[in-house]
Design a protein around this ligand. Structure first.
Ligand code: SF4
Length: 297
């Protein structure tokens, strides 16, 4: 079996999470490493299990995105389904995951068997509001976006697997991308509220598109907030903005933050400083953290 090595990588969400709680990044990245192996030390196994756990909002987001992609694929094949069918598909996926949690299969196989963070920690969660949220999100997608995507020559998202930048692998994959007479388009679906880091996410997607296609002049980006039934203003990102490539400042700040917690500040060597050197988030952030069980706080 080939040996896996821990390679330094960043994405828009890991940059945001690293800024919020360096300790959580350490637990996710270094403590959990190789925790998928039965022979791994117990703390690695435990951290890896916690890393795989999903919060209810994250599961809703994944189920809605999957149902929306399914609607597009079906419509492209000539089957235009009502939104209710996609809603039932998303809810069936969520019910399956809820049951998976009950089965406790995640104790042995956390990668393929879902554990729900709120249930694991006994947190309050608004299960009764799940159906209404899924209906709002898929209804909005069906009404505002589906027809546009059915007509669009969608690109395979797989090549958006990431790009190399200054010794790091950068991951950035949007939900949909296509190229037509008006240019290159990126559309990302959101089921939660708008957050400031979302615009940085668009920057990374654009950067990825520019890395993949040297002839590209501009990328049109859209964030669709399905629960609110609105999109962010369409943003056109150009190859060269304010004298720097798109996302350069965001990536540089993320790299600098990461280097602060690595031996000799060497990102390519990617060796963590001792745990005591990694700061913790303000207590208010711990409420949403999957690593509460192993954190020394
Ligand atoms: S419990 Fe709090 S301090 Fe500990 S890793 Fe999670 S967010 Fe950070």
């Amino acid at each position: 079996m080939p040996t896996l090595t821990l390679t330094p990588s960043l994405s828009h969400s890991t940059i945001a999470k690293l800024a919020e709680c360096p300790t959580r990044y350490r637990l996710r990245t270094f403590t959990a490493w190789e925790g998928w192996r039965k022979s791994a030390p117990p703390e690695a196994r435990q951290a890896y299990r916690l890393k795989q756990m999903k919060s209810l909002p994250a599961l809703i987001g994944l189920a809605v995105e999957d149902a929306c992609r399914w609607l597009v694929g079906e419509a492209k094949g000539g089957a235009l389904h009502p939104p209710s069918l996609a809603v039932e598909r998303a809810l069936a996926a969520l019910r399956r995951q809820w049951k998976e949690h009950e089965s406790e299969g995640w104790r042995d196989d956390p990668k393929s068997c879902t554990a729900v963070m709120e249930r694991y920690y006994g947190d309050a969660c608004k299960v009764t509001e799940v159906r209404a949220k899924v209906e709002r999100c898929i209804g909005d997608f069906h009404q505002r976006l589906l027809a546009r995507l059915v007509d669009a020559p969608l690109l395979d998202i797989e090549p958006f697997g990431g790009f190399a930048w200054q010794g790091l692998r950068i991951f950035a994959a949007p939900d949909f991308a296509w190229r037509d007479d008006e240019g290159f388009h990126i559309l990302d679906l959101k089921t939660g509220r708008p957050r400031p880091e979302h615009s940085a996410q668009l920057d990374l997607y654009s950067r990825q598109a520019f890395e993949a296609d040297a002839t590209l002049e501009a990328v049109r980006c859209e964030l669709a907030y399905l629960d609110a039934g609105e999109s962010s203003h369409e943003l056109v990102l150009r190859r060269d903005r304010c004298g720097e490539p798109v996302a350069e400042g965001f990536l540089r700040r993320g790299r600098e933050t990461l280097a602060r917690y690595l031996v000799d500040g060497d990102v390519e060597r990617f060796e963590p400083l001792p745990a005591a050197e990694w700061p913790m988030a303000p207590v208010s952030a711990c409420r949403w953290c999957a690593f509460r069980e192993v954190c020394d706080r």
